[in-house]
Design a binder for this molecule. Structure first.
Ligand code: UD1
Ligand code: UDP
Length: 375
């Protein structure tokens, strides 16, 4: 029987991290011919991931442009992908998550009548504008998807509610946990001297990340101001913020944080130092999707600085709290975590609602079983 041609398409840092474990399993699966195509919606931040996981894409559309717009990303990715799909004629195209690359990838496959597998399917916040445009990207992708790989039972339920057939939805866990298990180590030593010199024993380190489009502007200023103020209240608190390359984020970060010696603004970190930093920190404050999944698994309390989340599992498990974007509320919640050992202990439990580290194997198994039926 001929090998199944599976093309993975991804473009940004988080897609790269979550798709890498699947690519690695497929590389070692003899039934599958593995084709990797990156849109490079991100450039430096994607290349960091490709290097770490030693993935050499077969196709690189290199669409990244500073200040790119959603329309620009969509049209350039669609045009580039059409050529690659026509040339390679894959049996299945695999996308991961909710970025504009995901939507364009799924649509490009649909236009060529190529089957689509959607990894991390079924997450819903219930508000089309938050996260924006990710909630819409996920729903639009779902419509043209043949195989929905739902990470949790909640995401499966969301898909069932929208009328997707039960036999096309597979609960797999999230591949982010597969990747995480390979990189976090007890005795990890940072190469970066700033990180290496942080006194993790005597200081309480807050790991901060923020980049969501709907937070850019006043909400992000509120988040950063709350963080700035808390470092002035607690002497033993330091903050590390690997700042996203988006210049709009960088401007707000410098505006609020410059001059505060307890706040370290650093460049985006490679995945390995980043996750090890997370495992050594005290609290995570973030609007990232991926961090909401990683931090519970490492037993780190997460304050989610967003109005809605499509990841309720960490909150239900008690490790994450949705605290919104008002300065007063973020300050109040940080204060509580820093002043009450009880409150901290309640949240600092390692739980794993997002998977057991075997999601990639499950996904590849389903792909082979399902695709063989139609070949
Ligand atoms: C994108 C995704 C978002 C995901 C995030 C992960 C969309 C619409 N958004 O958001 O879902 O959570 O990636 O980080 O798909 N930049 C660089 N170099 C890079 C990457 C970004 O300079 O390697 C700068 C550029 O100025 C770019 C800006 O960041 O214009 C924003 O990048 P973009 O991919 O458009 O959106 P993100 O906000 O990163
Ligand atoms: N991450 C990283 N370096 C950083 C910040 C984040 O490697 O400096 C990783 C993090 O471990 C997670 C992913 O990037 O796996 C999250 O990406 P991001 O927050 O950009 O996007 P989102 O998950 O919100 O889509």
């Amino acid at each position: 029987m001929r090998r199944l041609k599976v093309m993975t398409v991804f473009g940004t840092r988080p897609e790269g991290i979550k798709m890498a474990p699947i690519v690695k399993v497929m590389e070692n699966t003899k039934e599958i011919e593995n084709i990797v195509c990156v849109t490079a919606q991100h450039r430096e931040m994607l290349d960091q991931v490709l290097d770490i996981f030693e993935i050499k894409p077969d196709y690189d559309l290199n669409i990244f442009k500073p200040g790119q717009t959603l329309t620009g990303i969509t049209t350039k990715a669609l045009e580039g992908l059409e050529k690659v799909i026509v040339e390679t004629q894959p049996d299945l195209l695999l996308v991961q998550g909710d970025t504009t690359t995901v939507f364009a990838g799924a649509l490009a496959a649909f236009y060529q009548k190529v089957k689509v597998g959607h990894v991390e399917a079924g997450l819903r916040s219930g508000n089309l504008y938050s996260p924006y445009p990710e909630e819409a990207n996920r729903k639009l992708t779902g419509i043209v998807t043949n195989f929905h790989f739902a990470p949790t039972n909640e995401s499966r339920e969301n898909l069932l509610r929208e009328g997707y057939p039960e036999e096309k939805i597979f609960i797999t866990g999230n591949t982010v946990i597969d990747a995480l298990f390979h990189v976090v180590k007890e005795d990890y030593i940072f190469e970066d001297s700033l990180l290496n010199n942080i006194d993790f024993k005597n200081k309480r380190v807050i790991l901060l990340t923020s980049h969501r489009r709907e937070n850019i502007g006043k909400p992000m200023e509120n988040i950063f101001t709350a963080i700035d103020e808390i470092t002035r209240k607690y002497e033993d608190v330091e903050v590390i913020f690997p700042v996203h390359l988006n210049p709009k984020v960088r401007n707000i970060a410098h505006k609020v944080f410059d001059g505060n010696k307890d706040i370290h603004l650093v460049e985006p970190l490679d995945y390995e130092p980043f996750t090890n930093l997370m495992s050594k920190c005290h609290i995570v404050v973030t609007d990232s999707g991926g961090l909401q999944e990683e931090a519970p698994s490492l037993g780190k309390p997460v304050l989610v600085v967003r109005e809605e989340t499509e990841r309720p599992e960490g909150i239900e498990a008690g490790t994450a709290k949705l605290v919104g974007t008002s300065k007063e509320n973020i300050s109040k919640e940080l204060d509580l975590l820093l002043s009450s050992k009880e409150e901290y202990k309640k949240m600092a439990n390692a739980v794993n609602p997002y998977g057991d580290g075997k999601a990639s194997e499950r996904i590849v198994k389903v792909i082979i079983e399902q695709m063989r039926k139609s070949m």
